[in-house]
Design a protein around this ligand. Structure first.
Ligand code: HEC
Length: 235
C-alpha cells in the first residue's frame, strides 16, 4: 500500500527534475540556477563572462573576482592565463591570474556611476531574472513619457529611465562555443555569469539541500513503516 503510493510520487519527482534540466534556457526563459535545487549552467556562465568582458567591463568593475576564479567555471589554467595576459592594467602591465578584475576608469554619466557587478544579483530584488529583464528592457519610450537628459527608456528599471545606454545587440560578441549571439542570449548568459559571481557556491549549497530533502523523505518512510509495524494488530 505504502509502496504503491510512494513509488509513482518519487518517479514523478525525478522525472520533473530531469525535464527541468534538459529544457532549453531561452524558450521559455528559464535559468538553470533558479529554484531551490538549481545549479550554475557553466557553459552559459562562460559565455556570460565573454559578454561581460566585451560589453560591460569598460564601465563596470567586478572587484570581488580574480581572473583565477574563472577556473571554477571550467576554464583551464592556460585559458585563464591567456585571458588575464590580454588585460592591460592601469600601470601598463599585463594582468596575471592572481590579479583582481580590472577596475575601469571611473565613468560618470550625468551623476550616475556604474555599480560594481560582483554581487549585483544578490542586491536586486528579482535577482537573475531582473538582470535579464533590465538588459533586454531598453527600447523607445512610450508616447507621452518625457526622458531626462542623458537618460534612456528601460521598462524594467524603476521609474522607467536609466542613464546606462543599451549595450547589447545581436552579435555584440562572438561565442567560442558557436552559440548564436542574439541579444536575449547575451542577456541570459551574462545574467547567469553574474549569478555565479554573486554566489559562487550556489551549486554546492543546492546539492546539499537536495541530499537533505532525500534523507528526510527516507527517514519519514522508515518512521511510518516502523510505526505500522509496532502498532500492527496481532491475530
Ligand atoms: C557606457 C557605460 C556602461 C556600459 C558599457 C554598461 N553599463 Fe551598466 N550601467 C551604467 C551606468 C551609468 C549605470 C547606473 C545607471 C543609473 O543608476 O541610472 C548602470 C547600471 C547597471 C545595472 C544596475 C541597474 C539597477 O537596477 O540599478 C546593471 C545590472 C548593469 N548596469 C549591468 C550592465 C551589464 C550586464 C552590462 C554589459 C552587458 C553593462 N551594464 C554595460 C553604465 C554602463
Amino acid at each position: 500500500m505504502m509502496r504503491r503510493f510512494f513509488a509513482p510520487l518519487l518517479a514523478a519527482g525525478l522525472l520533473a527534475g530531469v525535464a527541468a534540466h534538459a529544457e532549453d534556457t531561452l524558450s521559455p526563459l528559464r535559468f538553470q540556477s533558479s529554484g531551490a535545487f538549481g545549479s550554475i549552467d557553466l557553459a552559459a556562465a562562460q559565455r556570460g563572462f565573454a559578454v561581460y568582458q566585451g560589453a560591460c567591463a569598460s564601465c563596470h568593475g567586478m572587484n570581488g573576482l580574480h581572473y583565477r576564479d574563472l577556473e571554477a567555471l571550467g576554464l583551464t589554467p592556460e585559458q585563464v592565463a591567456g585571458i588575464a595576459g590580454s588585460v592591460k592594467l592601469a600601470d601598463g602591465s599585463a594582468a596575471t591570474p592572481d590579479s583582481r578584475f580590472k577596475q575601469p576608469a571611473l565613468v560618470n554619466m550625468g551623476g550616475a556611476v556604474p555599480p560594481d557587478l560582483s554581487t549585483i544579483v544578490a542586491q536586486r530584488p528579482g535577482g537573475t531574472r531582473y538582470i535579464y529583464d533590465f538588459l533586454t528592457g531598453f527600447g523607445p519610450a512610450p508616447a507621452g513619457m518625457k526622458l531626462l537628459p542623458g537618460h534612456n527608456y528601460n521598462a524594467a528599471f524603476p521609474g522607467g529611465q536609466v542613464s546606462m545606454p543599451a549595450v547589447l545587440r545581436d552579435n555584440a560578441v562572438t561565442y567560442a562555443d558557436g552559440t548564436k549571439a542574439t541579444t536575449a542570449q547575451e542577456a541570459a548568459d551574462v545574467a547567469e555569469f553574474l549569478t555565479w559571481a554573486s554566489e559562487p557556491n550556489l551549486s554546492a549549497r543546492h546539492a546539499v539541500g537536495l541530499r537533505a530533502v532525500i534523507f528526510f523523505a527516507f527517514l519519514t518512510i522508515v518512521a511510518v513503516l516502523t510505526k505500522r509495524r509496532i502498532w500492527r494488530q496481532e491475530g
